[in-house]
Design a protein around this ligand. Structure first.
Ligand code: SF4
Ligand code: SF4
Length: 318
């Protein structure tokens, strides 16, 4: 039986953004969080930690967790085959983000683990601020990107990029974002907003951000262009284009293969990145090994949910 190699670890639902396509920030304050000690115990399970190669330390805004750097220290210590930690950030609180990332780099310096930091940018200037629901944040985000770039010159194992979630609110701004990334001197990834019941719980906002048919044509042209220009990986570009054309998924999913799992701040583990029916168990109630054996009884075919899912599910990573 395969064991997961990638963990999407929602360390907290605390967030200082109010994104239109997200409900994570609504849960903050009411969502319990695994403590540092509990995280250490979970990853020290040899059936778990030793197989992990990539951890996406996400949220919420992961840098709002006071002990984020210690969480990274624990993960690097308990996962001997870890090769990369991904940290997505909204980049709003420049000083806090740069401080936490710099201290994280110091922790990872003596290890072979690389760090990938992705700053969410959904539009340029006020387009971004409207989508993120917070005014006057764009200049600070620009400074965060500049600071991260400077850190990447000092620490070559740090990679910095931007990520745009495509919704109906930024279809007209995609070319501006592309130009912004060039000016900023960092790469940019474009992903389609996915419907999810877990994590960001975008499904609660369904209908408010989904791409309209007319916009689908604009996005298709844009994705074709950036794929041709090799700014997007060909297989992912084709995946998006197929989904835009048919509404159906045309690629395997690493969650379904059992290679990726999602863990919520309260310790719930899911064998799917989007839907609660694939709950495997809770790491506070049983060991990972016991839980993972039972996963066999989780339906392997999620029917329509998988057929129409547009999540990239770490395509090309394993
Ligand atoms: S999408 Fe991310 S940054 Fe935006 S509110 Fe949700 S957790 Fe916060
Ligand atoms: S819905 Fe299916 S395809 Fe999408 S993440 Fe879950 S298991 Fe993978």
């Amino acid at each position: 039986m395969k064991h997961p190699e990638i963990v999407v670890l929602f360390s907290s639902y605390r967030c200082n953004s109010r994104c239109v396509m997200c409900s994570a920030w609504i849960k903050q304050g009411s969502a319990p969080e695994l403590s540092l000690k509990q995280i250490e115990k979970v990853f020290s399970d040899t059936l778990f930690g030793k197989n992990i190669k990539i951890i996406n330390l996400t949220g919420g805004e992961p840098t709002l967790r006071e002990d984020m750097v210690d969480v990274v220290r624990v993960l690097a210590a308990q996962c001997p085959n870890l090769r990369r930690i991904d940290i997505p950030t909204n980049g709003i609180n420049t000083q806090q983000v740069l401080d936490k990332i710099e201290r994280t780099l110091a922790v990872l310096l003596p290890t072979p683990v690389k760090l990938s930091v992705t700053v969410s940018v959904d539009g340029v200037g006020d387009v971004h601020e409207r989508i993120r629901g917070v005014k006057d944040i764009f200049p600070g985000i620009r400074k965060t990107i500049e600071g991260l770039k400077e850190l990447s010159c000092i620490y070559p194992f740090l990679s910095v990029s931007l990520n745009t979630t495509i919704t109906k609110f930024n279809v007209q701004d995609l070319e501006n974002l592309r130009a912004f990334s060039r000016t900023a001197g960092v790469g940019i990834n474009f992903t389609l907003a996915a419907l999810s019941e877990i994590g960001v719980e975008s499904i609660a906002k369904q209908g408010s951000f989904e791409i309209e048919v007319e916009s689908g044509r604009l996005i298709t042209t844009f994705i074709q262009e950036i794929t041709e220009q090799k700014e997007m990986e060909k297989s992912y570009g084709e995946f998006i284009l197929h989904w835009l054309k048919t509404g159906e998924r045309a690629a395997p999913c690493n969650f379904r293969k059992g290679r990726v799992i999602l863990m919520e701040p309260d310790g719930n583990v899911y064998a799917c990145g989007n839907f609660k029916e694939f709950l495997v168990g809770n790491v506070l109630k049983e060991t990972f090994g016991v839980m993972w054996k039972r996963r066999r009884s989780v339906p392997g075919n999620a029917g329509d949910k998988c057929r129409t899912c547009n999540s990239n599910c770490y395509m090309g990573e394993i």
